[in-house]
Write a protein that binds this ligand. Structure first.
Ligand code: GRF
Length: 201
């Protein structure tokens, strides 16, 4: 399978994908990394011909940026598109164009804490557990069908950073497991519902 990754920053989730492929546990290839941040460290994890990065400031509006991103992405002919720390909202036209093969990893137990500052919000709420979710992307932010989740405990004295780090550790295997199932064709989304081995959940 051909995997393209959208990333805005560090790229530890992308690194986990690269490592799983190298270890032979994920039968895929990272065909492209695309970013809205030309200086994102994630970009350095693939060779230059597999990179695309543009600042949205170079475009008149969101639709124009999304169209350029979408055209570049389509040029890499991905089977799967993974948002991994991609911090820019994707417009409806873009989401429709890649619908069914577009997933995101979000650092909360969805449907809790869509959007930003998930760890601070979990701590503020006094939650006993936090975690991460992999979900299919729909136009509404962080609202698509959840494919898989991983949980960690919230510990006494936790800070945002400590909790974020504990969640990140489980994000990596969660994303790899999700991709293994997608690539193997074991899980798919049809009409907003998850199917496993062809059976609706
Ligand atoms: C992860 O916590 C991801 O869930 C969130 O942004 C972070 C990205 O980390 N959306 P990285 O760039 O993959 O290291």
């Amino acid at each position: 399978s051909r995997i393209a990754v959208l990333a805005s920053g560090r790229g530890s989730n992308l690194q986990a994908i690269v490592d799983a492929i190298a270890a032979g546990s994920l039968h895929a290839e990272v065909v492209a990394v695309l970013s809205d941040k030309p200086d994102a460290s994630a970009l350095a994890k693939v060779p230059p011909e597999r990179r695309w990065a543009q600042s949205p400031k170079a475009y008149v509006d969101r639709a124009a940026f999304d169209a350029a991103l979408g055209d570049a992405l389509a040029g890499f002919a991905p089977d799967w598109v993974v948002c991994a720390g991609y911090m820019r909202i994707l417009g409806e036209a873009f989401v429709q164009r890649f619908s069914g093969r577009l997933i995101n990893i979000h650092p909360s137990l969805l449907p809790l804490y869509k959007g930003l500052h998930t760890h601070a919000r979990a701590l503020e709420a006094g939650d006993a557990e936090a975690g991460a979710s992999v979900h299919f992307v729909v136009p509404e932010l962080d609202a698509g069908t959840v494919l898989a989740q991983a949980r960690v405990p919230v510990l006494p004295g936790d800070t945002d950073e400590a909790l974020a780090q504990r969640v990140l550790v489980v994000e990596h295997p969660l994303l790899i497991a999700s991709l293994q199932w997608l690539v193997a064709g074991r899980v798919a989304e049809r009409e907003g519902r998850l199917e496993v081995d062809g059976n609706p959940l």
